[in-house]
Write a protein that binds this ligand. Structure first.
Ligand SMILES: Cc1cc2nc3c(=O)[nH]c(=O)nc-3n(C[C@H](O)[C@H](O)[C@H](O)COP(=O)(O)OP(=O)(O)OC[C@H]3O[C@@H](n4cnc5c(N)ncnc54)[C@H](O)[C@@H]3O)c2cc1C
Length: 402
């Protein structure tokens, strides 16, 4: 049954061999969500909720899935199917819970991929234990879809480090993060040319850097979005970054950022599946419960047709998401697969949730009702980690390349 909470990858026949823990993951998630629903976290204070969720996820061992085995992780490398199963389950319960989970991965993985051995040994176990909350700072006021326009400047220092100056916006966990990965434009080193050369068309180079959340010169201005989500602007006023806190080689920053988004993009689709699962379940219950014109709404053929449409859309999304995740785990990922998975899953989840609101009638827009919450929670998934339009560009360019 499509809305059975135990159905994710296994229902779809995804190969889970070689990773015995994954077989128990869904049972573990079911118990975790049941406990949480008995004793829910108050999400009215976003910072408190973010910290509480990270602590609970760590206690349950779930954050071990976002770091490599050598640093306390559950598997030798990140497993996309596992990330998707976890996000689908968490999003059924709460969008803020899902965000708390994924930010540990999105902000931790660049350290696992490109941090120095010292930085990895210091930070990754803390990330898995929930002792360091993570942020990933890429977007800027002038650089959203167009990342080549990143203007935050990393100016070299004589000691080999850099000084950061600029601004990031829409950064999840701004103000709660202990560990921040920042991407910035590299100012030329002495003898490498001038900024005027860069203005005259030389290709910009970008670097990646790690900062503690309390770095001197860093300040935070919070932003309010439509669903509970700790998010805001980061302002860098000559923040000093020592040489050992650089991630990867100078000039490799954007490659690192895009590679990271590529790993996590398909899991955004899985989070959308979780929200849509919940909407479908709520819709079915309401159609069976609500009586109008002397019979349950479930006896109105027009509504049944709508239900069938969204359920079909939903299963197509599941197939795309877990196919893309399995392909990544098996080392045969193509860039258009996660793009299609994210595009279809987030757009179809939006339609499924909108349909749930309509099926609930006035109750659907009543604050505190589940469809109303889902309606606010789904919206940002079509925007972050590459908008739907950006996913379409990835898919179409791949087709044109043949
Ligand atoms: C809740 C939330 C959390 C976020 N968390 C983070 C985070 O933790 N870290 C981080 O770095 N960023 C984060 N972001 C930022 C997010 O990644 C950006 O909002 C996103 O990449 C889009 O950038 P933008 O908002 O500047 O939109 P723009 O790039 O200005 O796009 C505006 C519109 O134009 C369309 N568009 C742009 N270019 C094209 C084109 N070439 N062809 C067709 N259409 C186009 C877009 O699809 C969009 O519809 C978050 C955003 C949200 C809403």
């Amino acid at each position: 049954m499509l809305t059975d909470p135990r159905i994710t990858a296994r229902e779809l026949g995804i190969e889970l061999q070689g990773l015995p823990q994954l077989r128990h993951l869904e049972e573990q998630l079911a118990a975790f969500i049941a406990d949480l629903e008995r004793d829910p976290v108050d999400e009215s204070d976003e910072d408190h909720a973010a910290r509480a969720y990270v602590r609970l996820l760590a206690e349950a061992g779930l954050l071990r899935w976002v770091v490599p085995g050598a640093h306390g992780g559950a598997a030798p490398q990140l497993r996309s199917v596992a990330l998707c199963v976890i996000r689908q389950w968490l999003a059924r319960s709460s969008g803020a819970l899902d965000t708390a989970f994924v930010m540990q991965g999105l902000g931790g993985n660049p350290i696992a991929v490109a941090g120095s051995p010292e930085l990895q040994a210091r930070l990754l176990p803390k990330i898995a234990r929930g002792e360091a909350i993570c942020a990933f700072a890429l977007t800027e006021p002038g650089a959203g879809s167009d990342l080549q326009s990143i203007a935050t400047l990393a100016t070299p220092r004589p000691d080999g480090g850099v000084t950061l100056r600029g601004e990031k916006c829409f950064i999840s966990n701004a103000g709660v993060a202990d560990s921040i990965v920042v991407f910035a434009r590299e100012a030329p080193r002495p003898g490498e040319g001038t900024e005027a050369d860069a203005d005259a068309g030389a290709r910009p180079r970008f670097g990646a850097f790690w900062l503690p959340g309390d770095a001197p010169g860093l300040s935070v201005v919070r932003t309010k979005v439509i669903a509970p989500h700790p998010i805001g602007r980061l302002l860098f006023d000559d923040v000093v970054v020592p040489a050992g806190h650089r991630l990867g080689a100078p000039g490799d920053g954007l490659k690192l950022a895009l590679g990271n988004l590529d790993v996590f993009r398909v899991s955004v689709g899985a989070a959308a599946l979780g929200l849509a699962d919940r909407a479908l379940r709520e819709s079915i219950a309401h159609l069976q419960r609500r009586v109008q014109f002397g019979r349950p709404l479930a006896e109105q053929q027009g509504l049944l047709f709508q239900l069938a449409d969204v359920a079909t859309d939903h299963l197509a999304s599941q197939l795309l998401v877990y196919r893309a995740a399995a392909a990544r785990d098996e080392g045969r990922a193509e860039p258009d697969q996660p793009a299609m998975a994210k595009l279809h899953a987030t757009e179809s989840a939006q339609r499924t949730i909108d349909r749930a609101v309509q099926i609930f009638g006035g109750l659907g827009v009543t604050v505190g009702q589940v469809p109303e919450r889902l309606y606010r929670e789904i919206r940002a998934l079509r925007i972050y980690e590459g908008t739907s339009e950006v996913q379409k560009l990835i898919i179409a360019r791949r087709l044109l390349r043949g």
